[in-house]
Design a protein. Structure first.
Ligand SMILES: [Zn+2]
Length: 305
């Protein structure tokens, strides 16, 4: 049985595990990034590879898949422009994270793309729009079982489509992005602008009062509707089998899948509105690691053929 290593790099931790698609994960762990700087980042990567080497032996790993936030330029492999979740990780190549003289085949991709790939495999659907709603909004598009990257690697940037002309400033520097309205952090920021009493509350505290606070309820409803409108546009163009929605804010109960499905379907052409399903992600916080393993395993198998 071939063993692959999957690494999912987030804004505050490295999640990793090894295994393969058919038999699943044999191991799954998290290393916390204590300080957000480049030295700590490389130190955590080193600790990760030391741990894998001591437990299973790097020589036994057939391939390494890495997922990370940020738009990755297809031609250079570099994470470019601004990277709000990992501001120090720009103009770097993921190869720099591997141990010196490591000859193990590796592949990398954006973390939301890998979430969509993992869900596509697990839910056995080949045409998938995968969305993560957390502090930001990530999106991956899977067409015919493979990640769709576009011409330059920037496909699927759903969080940064303009949903409100000249609207609120987004982390990316533009105005009116979906992420500024419909993400967990977007909701928090909008409420804080409305009334400073919300400014001290985290997302869990905000969601705890959504039944009793009409302002919170209204803002959540608006965020949900904007997400549904954006997804209905994307689905109208791409004709997916399924739209899969996950992420930390969804796990906390920010939006309702049934309501999203009904709002999306209302806006789709009649011919495919009943066919497109909207479902919750089922791989939870392991999706990035599983997607990274699927990515490198596919690459490994295509070379074997
Ligand atoms: Zn933006």
């Amino acid at each position: 049985m071939n063993i692959f290593l999957g690494i999912d790099i987030g804004g505050s931790s490295f999640k990793y595990g090894w295994g393969n698609c058919e038999e699943g994960l044999q191991s799954y762990q998290t290393l916390v990034l204590q300080r957000k700087n480049i030295d700590d980042f490389f130190a955590v990567a080193k600790e990760l590879f030391n741990d894998v080497d001591s437990k299973i032996g790097l020589n036994n790993i057939k391939g390494i898949g890495i997922g990370m936030p940020g738009a990755i330029d297809k031609t250079t492999g570099l994470v470019t422009e601004n990277n709000p979740n990992l501001p120090f990780w720009v103009e770097h190549h993921p190869r720099e994270l591997l141990p010196e003289n490591c000859n193990i085949p590796f592949a990398f991709d954006n973390d939301a793309n890998l979430m969509a790939l993992a869900e596509s495999y697990t839910q056995k659907k080949n045409y998938v729009i995968g969305v993560t709603v957390g502090s930001g909004i990530g999106c991956g598009i899977v067409i015919d079982g493979k990640i769709y990257h576009g011409a330059y690697g920037f496909a699927g940037e759903l969080g940064h489509i303009c949903i409100v002309d000249k609207g609120l400033k987004c982390n990316c520097g533009k105005n009116g992005c979906l992420e500024a309205y419909s993400s967990g952090e977007g909701l928090r920021r909008r409420l804080a602008l409305k009334n400073p009493r919300y400014a001290e509350m985290d997302l869990s505290a905000i969601l705890a009062i959504k039944e009793t606070d009409t302002v919170v309820a209204d803002y959540i409803k608006q965020g949900q509707l904007m997400l549904a409108i954006a997804l209905s546009c994307l689905a109208t163009c791409l004709d997916p089998e399924i739209i899969i929605i996950g992420g930390g804010a969804m796990d906390l109960g920010l939006y309702y899948i049934e309501e999203l499905e009904s709002e999306i379907r209302k806006r789709l052409p009649a011919a495919h509105s009943a066919k497109v399903k909207v479902a919750k992600a089922i791989n939870g916080n392991k999706a990035g690691v599983l997607g990274a393993i699927k990515l490198i395993e596919d690459k490994f198998n295509s070379k074997e053929e």
